[in-house]
Design a protein around this ligand. Structure first.
Ligand code: FES
Length: 490
């Protein structure tokens, strides 16, 4: 039987991003069969992916170790590992699968032995002797070869089994998106963490907005729900994604937003968690109520009411994958009412309100294209959200960020960019300082991207800077596949 893996599972097994695996398929280094990859081909393409020394395995080992320590001290509710019942249910599912595979394997061995016997006695079986001999040799040779196959394949099979207990795979219909549910996450939490834009509301089993239909596989309820599904919904395998976790690999049918128009306007109160001054920028960290989170797409804005007389449209500088923690970046502009308020009057006990989300400075759904971001000053705010979301989705081939500023610019929050650059193969970070009138830096950027026509380019910054950069790209002989711009008021 062929060992076929979907892209997400294959990437997880060998510890690379889905984007870089996709690149290998496009370059012809790995064959794919309708989006699936043979385990043997994966092992051949990644001969160094070793079960004993894999980061993913180390991570799961650490999770189990931590789980055991916490269990010993009676803090079971804080476990990061799946609970015992979920792990047992997943192990039981795997055991059934193992029994089925063993049975199939025994049947195939029987057939091979019968075939060998027929080929060994060609006359008794009315076979032509020379052909039978040739076939027998071929069969014996192939069986020997498979026995000597690289040790990598059994390693990867072991690892796959281990991962199936620790993390179940979810495939969404009709979008085709997929992700893993780890630890004690609900399906909804894992989907958001992986950058999906699902329909949901309270996240706590009250509103019923996160209904989905289980098409295959099994789930288990992990949170109490006050919302009552009707009898016919239950019979139709409808579940609440915020209250269930998978106990086997599953396929789920649920609506997803593919454009910003699919997301409704919401009004949500915010509390202030943190106000940091970083290199002349106020980084405002806010939090929604647990049961009223903001549904949005990375790169969008919201209308923030600081008080009944003071409102402003601000870019969200965080990722929808962390839908309770909403971040904003505000420059210091003496005389500007919002900036003055934030600098001199705002306190951590203030309550804000947001309405939104708005805008279409968003990335096309799970793009595989390489992404090029160019941010000027607080243009980094929406671009930070876009990058975090692209990293959560893990599908872009490469993500390159250029931050542009005048000489002596401090590039606030540059540590985050540098840590992405150091930790992630797909991410590349550059800082460029330039005189305000010059667009020579764009020559440098373009010269470093030979296949610019494949790139999606996102630019965010003040109007004049944007206009020049947009003109520059428009006059290129071979421009990028797409350009999106966002004008920053702040
Ligand atoms: S999001 Fe409200 S019930 Fe799941």
């Amino acid at each position: 039987m062929e060992n076929l893996l979907n892209l997400s599972r294959a990437a997880k097994l060998v510890g690379v991003s889905r984007g870089s695996l996709q690149q290998k398929i496009q370059d012809g280094e790995i064959q794919s069969f309708e989006g699936l990859i043979r385990l043997e081909d994966l092992a051949q393409a990644f001969p160094d992916a070793d079960i004993e020394h894999s980061n993913e395995m180390d991570r799961y080992d650490r999770i189990i170790e931590e789980a055991l320590i916490r269990a010993r001290y009676g803090k079971m509710q804080q476990l990061l590992a799946p609970d015992i019942a979920t792990m047992t249910a997943r192990a039981a599912t795997l055991n059934k699968e193992l029994i089925r595979i063993k049975d199939k394997f025994r049947q195939h061995l029987d057939i091979i032995e019968q075939l060998k016997a027929k080929l060994t006695h060609p006359q008794e079986n009315q076979l032509e002797a020379a052909t039978a001999k040739e076939l027998l040799n071929w069969l014996s040779q192939r069986l020997d070869e498979r026995e000597q196959d690289d040790d990598q394949v059994p390693y990867l099979v072991d690892k796959d089994t281990y991962l199936k207990v620790m993390a179940a795979h979810v495939r969404m219909v009709p979008s085709g998106h997929d992700f893993f549910v780890e630890g004690q996450d609900s399906i909804l939490e894992a989907a958001l963490r992986n950058g999906l834009t699902l329909e949901y509301g309270c996240s706590s089993g009250n509103c019923g907005l996160c209904k989905a239909r289980v098409l295959s596989g099994n789930v288990k309820q992990i949170k109490h729900s006050d919302y009552h599904l009707s009898e016919s919904e239950r019979l139709d395998n409808i579940i609440l994604m915020c209250c269930n976790t998978p106990v086997s690999d599953i396929t789920l049918e649920a609506p997803e937003a593919s454009t910003s128009d699919d997301i409704p306007e919401q009004t949500i109160p915010l509390s202030i968690r943190k106000l940091d001054q970083i290199d002349g920028i106020t980084v405002l960290q806010t939090r929604t109520p647990r049961t009223q989170r903001l549904r949005f797409m990375a790169g969008q804005t919201v209308e923030v009411s600081f008080n009944p007389e003071l409102q402003s449209r601000l870019h969200i500088a965080s990722c929808p994958c962390d839908d309770m923690n909403i971040q904003f970046h505000l420059p210091t502009i003496p005389g500007d009412p919002v900036s003055d308020y934030v600098q001199h009057e705002m306190s951590k006990s203030d309550k804000l309100q947001i309405k939104g989300p708005y805008g279409d400075f968003v990335i096309a759904d799970e793009t595989m294209s390489p992404l090029l971001f160019i941010a000027y000053d607080t243009g980094f705010a929406p671009i930070k959200g876009l990058i975090e979301n692209a990293l959560a989705q893990d599908t872009a081939q490469t993500i390159t960020l250029y931050r542009v500023g005048e000489p002596n610019t401090a590039f606030y929050l540059r540590n985050i960019c540098r840590s992405w650059n150091d930790a992630l193969d797909v991410f590349h970070y550059h800082e460029i300082t330039t005189e305000p009138d010059s667009s020579r830096y764009l020559d440098e950027i373009v010269s470093q991207h030979h296949r610019l026509e494949e790139y999606l380019v996102y630019l965010a910054g003040p109007y004049e800077w944007l206009a020049k950069a947009q003109d520059y790209f428009a006059n290129l002989e071979q421009g990028p596949a797409e350009i999106k711009i966002e004008i920053m008021k702040y």
